[in-house]
Every structure is written in C-alpha cells, then in structure tokens.
Design a protein around this ligand. Structure first.
Ligand code: SF4
Length: 456
C-alpha cells in the first residue's frame, strides 16, 4: 500500500484498503477557522441539536486567521461566534484574537494596518499554526475546513480539506466516509541549487501534471531528495497539492519530522504519542514522476492558474505593479529569510508587502540579527511594508481594507499559492506565483526576475 492507503486503512480499522474503496475513517483532529467555523457550527447544531456536544473537545482546534484585521463588522463578528461556541463547548484549543474570553473582537482602523492588534493567544494562519502549536502528528488523520489543510501532509499525516457539511458531521461523530484516493508518486532526487526554493519544486510538479492533474489523488513525495528538505520546505510543497486538484499530499516520516513534532508537542503540552506510516516496497502508483532537484530553475506560475509554468527567466519582459510575500505557503520564517537574503542592502522599486503567517514568525524576524540589523529591519530598510498582523491578509483578497489587497487591476508577483482570477482582490488583476527569492528579485527589478541575478 502507499503511505496514504496505509494510513487510511489504519484509521478505518482495516488491514488493507485499495484506491476507490469507500471507508469510514476516524478523525484525530478537526480544524476550522473564522470563515468556515460559523457555518460548520450551524450545521453541527442543526443536525445534532442545539445542546449537542462535540465528539471530543480535545480534538477540535479553532484558529481565526482569515478576515481578522478588517473593519468589516460581519468578519469581526465571525470571531465572536467562534468564541461563544468555544465557551459553550469548553474547547481548549482556541487561538483567539483577543485575550478576554467574554469580550468581542473589533479591529481598530485608526491604529493602522502595520502594528500588532492581537492578544497573547492569537496564532495566525491555521496551516502554519497547527504544527507550531503541536497539533500535527505523524500517522494521524486531520480534517480541516480549508483546502490547504493538505499542508500537514508534510508531517506524514493524512490531511485534507472538507466542506462545512462534512465538518459539521465530523464535529458530531469524529468520523467521515471517504473514498480512498489513488496515488501519484513524486520521486525527488538531488539537491536544490542556490536561488531555488521548495516553492519551485511544487510549481514545477504542478506544471508537469496541470492544475487538475491530480484530481482526487494523493501526491506522495519520496526519494533521496527528501532528506535535503527542511520541514518548512516540505510544508510549502504539501500546501499546494490542492492546486493540482490533489486530495492530499504526504511525505515519509524521518528524524527531521520527529524532531519538529516532538519539540512542538512538548512545548505546547499537546498529545505527544504518534505512530508514523512507513513506505511499503510493493506500493503501487498510478504514475511516478522523477524530479531532479538540482536541475530545477526559479519557476513562476502565470495567471490564471497554478499550472501555467514558466521559468522566471522566460518572463523577464513582464512588468509588475506589486510584490507580496506571505500566506501559509510563503510566509514562514525561512521564506522571509530568503526574501531578506536577496533584498539586503537594496531597495524595492514597486509596492512590496510582507505578511508573516504567524505571530511566532513576526517574533523570529524581529529577533534574528544579521550583523547589526534584524531581518525585519533589513526588509523595512529595503522598502517592504511589513505588518505585524500575521494572518491570511490579501492571499484570499478579503474585505476592501485588507492589507495588501489589490483593489484595482494590476500585476502582482506573490509567494502565495493560488492565482485564479480575483484571488487577491480585483478580478482583473493578475497574480504570478513564485518563491520568496523570486518575489524579492522581481520587487527589485520591477519585472519578473530570476533571483540568481542578485545572488553571488
Ligand atoms: S494564507 Fe491563503 S491559502 Fe493559506 S489559509 Fe490563508 S487564505 Fe488560505
């Protein structure tokens, strides 16, 4: 069996499953956020009763992150709906925007968009927060009301996005009926070269198969090249499985996975036992694609979908209006480090926005020094508008006052993960997806640029 089949067989209490089988699986964690949480709660209450209790309050994780730093009152109210539910259900894992459990969230626009407006519990973008807060464990099943839940596949999990109706059902029962996906294997070999990042791996992979090339299939990444990838790298790759239509992404378990998970569960006092799934030698893929990491180039996915692959060099004629680094895919500490490595001592020539995915990343960037400057200061000195208000921000467009949102037709190069029309705001804007290094080079050039032009 493939990693996904083995994991689902175990979650269903079966010794064997095959692609296409419909099976009931037990959930280990259900995650929801401010956009889908209120709808999920509504379904749960409608189907299980107003006084129903969630199946296991320790396995429901609620992370407001999407439309937070906005004056839109309905968006603010969504966070309050989550807080009311958490209080009623006594759910321990709620990463509230404010510290008062009986308070109400209201964004204060007069304070501006750059300075921190959250309390001590706030955790930022759900997919980056889940591992940081110790909720990702190898061998587990994670359902989340968000399509990029697949990011946790980096931790040898079965992690997938589900709709509010399914999530309401999981909330009440802890189970879900799913069809076992078939698996495409991606064998990674070699090592990335200077200026090439994990984002380039996944943009290359999606370019190979198209933006619907893995529809309802598992994308399993394995091979000797895995050992060269950090957990941040693996998260970037797994995050975008859905951009090829994938049901989930999955990586093998290794010492690096264990080190990360053990440290995070210990730090946060979350469940620390887990049972990874190992690769079977007789596993069968629908196809296997070999990627030599050492041959990859800085890559860009052009408007209007993530499968429109070109090399950054081929696109040097594309003039840009904006650059953006942030999101679950591209807003991690390592992403900002590479962004800063290219920008250090230089100035951007187009509007450039930086949105760390989580408060912990803000802290990292503000406390890591290169010489006499922090990474944060290097980015600000280069002209990047850095916000401390970690979250999804303009990755999903959001209300019109969202930081970095494109409110007019323009061309933006972005370290985010999705570029369908209207994704980052105005429906006639164009988004070019790239690595943080490529975004940095492009912000310096005002056109799509290969980061190696700025590296020695
Ligand atoms: S950062 Fe973007 S892709 Fe990630 S969860 Fe938020 S809106 Fe979705």
């Amino acid at each position: 069996m493939t990693l996904t089949e083995k994991l689902l067989a175990r979650a269903a209490g079966k010794s064997q499953v095959s692609a296409g089988d419909n099976i009931w699986v037990n959930a280990d964690v259900l995650m929801t956020h401010d956009v889908c949480g209120p709808g999920t709660i509504g379904v749960f209450k409608r189907e299980f009763g107003q006084n129903a209790k969630v199946w296991d309050r320790n396995r429901v994780v609620i992370i407001p992150d999407h439309y937070i730093f906005t004056s839109d009152s309905k968006s603010n109210r969504n966070v309050d709906i989550l807080r009311d539910f958490v209080r009623e259900q006594e759910i321990p894992y709620f990463y509230d925007v404010i510290d008062d459990p009986n308070g109400a969230w209201k964004f204060d626009a007069t304070k501006g968009l750059l300075k921190r407006q959250y309390g001590s519990q706030y955790a930022g973008v759900c997919h980056a927060a889940l591992p940081q807060k110790g909720h990702t464990r190898p061998g587990e099943v994670l359902f989340g009301t968000d399509s990029h839940t697949c990011m946790a596949g980096a931790f040898n999990q079965f992690a997938t996005g589900i709709g509010n109706t399914d999530a309401g059902f999981v909330m009440g029962t802890g189970k879900l009926l799913i069809k076992v996906p078939s698996t495409i294997g991606f064998r990674l070999e070699g090592k990335l070269q200077l200026g090439v990042m994990a984002k380039d791996i996944i943009l290359h992979a999606i370019g190979e198969i198209g933006f619907d090339g893995a529809t309802y299939q598992a994308m399993q990444f394995h091979g000797s090249g895995i050992a060269t990838l950090s957990m941040d790298d693996r998260m970037t790759v797994a995050n975008m499985a859905i951009e090829a239509g994938g049901k989930n992404a999955i990586f093998p378990f290794d010492a690096r996975t264990a080190e990360y998970v053990d440290a995070r569960t210990r730090l946060n006092g979350t469940r620390s036992t887990y049972e990874p799934v190992e690769v079977d030698h007789d596993q069968k893929f629908t196809r296997e694609i070999v990627i030599d990491l050492s041959k990859l180039e800085p890559t860009v996915a052009c408007h209007p979908d993530p499968g429109q692959r070109k090399s950054a060099k081929e696109l040097s004629h594309i003039q840009l209006d904006r650059a953006y680094v942030g999101s679950c895919t591209g807003g991690k500490t390592s992403d900002f480090v590479e962004f800063a490595r290219v920008l250090r001592g230089k100035k951007v020539v187009i509007d450039t926005f930086g949105v760390p995915a989580t408060p912990e990343i803000v802290h990292d960037l503000q406390n890591t020094r290169w010489g006499n400057q922090t990474i944060w200061d290097i980015l600000v000195s280069a002209g990047v508008q850095m916000t401390e208000n970690a979250g999804c921000s303009a990755c999903l467009g959001g209300p019109v006052d969202t930081f970095g949102r494109m409110n007019a037709p323009m061309k933006c190069i972005s370290a985010t993960n999705r570029n369908f029309p209207g994704r980052m705001g105005h429906k006639e804007s164009q988004v070019f997806l790239a690595s943080p290094a490529t975004v940095a080079a492009s912000a310096l050039a005002g056109r799509v640029a290969d980061p190696r032009e700025y590296m020695s």
